[in-house]
Design a protein around this ligand. Structure first.
Ligand SMILES: C[S@@+](CC[C@H](N)C(=O)[O-])C[C@H]1O[C@@H](n2cnc3c(N)ncnc32)[C@H](O)[C@@H]1O
Length: 314
C-alpha cells in the first residue's frame, strides 16, 4: 500500500479551505467531498433514479467491455484514477488478458482500502496495489518495466476540472503511460439541461447531503462552525461554460469561523463547490490530441448521454 502522510494532507486541506474562502467568489475544491462519509454518499447518488451517468456508463461498459479490453491489450498495467467503489473496472478485469497489475488511485483512503480488499478476494491472482493519493500531484505506481500502461479514468471525474486543468491532467496521463500507452476515459455528454439539473439535485436530497458534507468535514476536521444544514444546496447548468455548477448558499448574512480565521458572508452569497463539465466527443478528441492522446475508438449509449473513449499516447 502506497500512502501519503496524513499530516501533510490535513495541512493542505486547511490551506486550500482558507485560501478558497478568502476569494472574492468563495470556492472550495470538490476533491474534499470525499472522506469516508462523502464516498458513501456518492455511492448512494450513483443509485438514484435521477443520476443517469453511472447506470449509462455501466451499460456502455457491459456492451463493449470485450472491445475495450482488446484495446488495452495483453499484460497491461491498469491504473485507475478516482477509483471509488471499483465497480466498473470489474467489467474490464474480467476480460483483460493476463494483466501485469492493477493500481487504483483515490484520495478517499479508507473507502479505497475497503474496496481494494473486497476486489482482492474476488481476483486472487491479480496484483492489486491501491494508491492513496491526489492524482493531480505526484504519485507512485507499481514497477512493471515491461508492461504497457493503461489509465482507466471513468465517472466523468475529468469534468470536475476546468478546461485548462483538464488539459494539464490529460498531458500528465500521456506522460504517465508513455508512447503507445492508453487511456480509457468515461465522460458525460451535453444534453437537455433539465435532465442534467435533476441529476445534480435529486428529490431525496442525497446530492444536497453530499455537497454539505464538505462543510461537515471542515467543522469536524478544521474546527469550523459552518452549521452545514443551514446552507442551501443549489445546482444549475451553465450552457456557455457547458457545465453543471454546485453551490452552497446562505440566505442570511453570517460570519463563519474556521480555526482561528473568520469569513463574512452576505445574504445570498454562495460557496462554489463543484463543476461538472459536459462534453462533445469531437471537441474533446481535438483537445486530447493537443495533449498527446489520439482517439482510437468511442463507445456511446443509444441516447448519446455518455461516452467511453480509448486514446493512445503519441
Ligand atoms: C465522481 S467520483 C467517481 C467514482 C468512480 N470512479 C465512478 O466512476 O463511479 C470521483 C472519485 O474520484 C476521487 N477523486 C476526486 N478527486 C480526486 C483527486 N484529485 N485525486 C484522487 N482521487 C480523487 C473521489 O474520491 C471519488 O472516488
Amino acid at each position: 500500500m502506497i500512502d501519503v502522510k496524513l499530516a501533510p494532507a490535513h495541512r493542505r486541506f486547511r490551506a486550500d479551505v482558507l485560501a478558497g474562502l478568502a476569494l472574492p467568489r468563495k470556492r472550495l475544491p470538490s476533491k474534499y467531498f470525499y472522506d469516508a462519509a462523502g464516498s458513501r454518499l456518492f455511492e448512494r447518488i450513483t443509485e438514484l433514479p435521477e443520476y443517469y451517468p453511472t447506470r449509462t456508463e455501466l451499460g456502455i461498459m457491459r456492451r463493449h467491455a470485450d472491445a475495450m479490453a482488446a484495446r488495452c491489450g495483453p499484460d497491461c498495467l491498469l491504473i485507475e484514477l478516482g477509483a471509488g467503489a471499483l465497480t466498473k473496472v470489474r467489467l474490464l478485469l474480467d476480460r483483460l488478458d493476463a494483466p501485469a497489475g492493477f493500481a487504483p488511485v483515490d484520495v478517499s483512503g479508507e473507502h479505497l482500502r475497503e474496496a481494494a480488499a473486497v476486489l482482492a478476494e474476488d481476483y486472487p491472482a491479480l496484483a492489486i496495489e491501491p494508491v492513496v493519493a491526489d492524482f493531480t500531484g505526484p504519485f507512485q505506481v507499481p514497477e512493471a518495466p515491461d508492461a504497457r500502461k493503461v489509465v482507466y479514468f471513468p465517472g466523468s471525474t475529468l469534468g470536475n476540472f476546468d478546461p485548462e486543468e483538464a488539459d494539464a491532467l490529460l498531458r500528465r496521463i500521456a506522460r504517465l503511460v508513455g508512447p503507445g500507452g492508453g487511456l480509457l476515459l468515461g465522460v458525460d455528454l451535453r444534453k437537455d439541461p433539465a435532465v442534467l439539473e435533476r441529476a445534480y439535485d435529486d428529490a431525496a436530497g442525497v446530492t444536497a447531503a453530499f455537497n454539505r458534507n464538505l462543510l461537515v468535514r471542515i467543522d469536524r476536521e478544521l474546527g469550523g462552525d459552518f452549521d452545514a444544514p443551514s446552507f442551501r444546496h443549489v445546482a444549475f447548468y451553465d450552457p456557455e461554460k457547458s457545465r453543471v455548477e454546485m453551490h452552497l448558499v446562505t440566505d442570511v448574512a453570517r460570519r463563519v469561523r474556521v480555526g482561528t480565521s473568520t469569513f463574512a458572508f452576505l445574504p445570498g452569497e454562495s460557496i462554489h463547490t463543484e463543476n461538472s463539465h459536459k462534453y462533445d466527443v469531437p471537441e474533446l478528441a481535438a483537445r486530447a490530441e493537443a495533449c498527446g492522446l489520439r482517439l482510437d475508438e468511442a463507445w456511446t449509449d443509444p441516447r448519446d448521454y455518455f461516452a467511453v473513449l480509448y486514446f493512445t499516447a503519441a
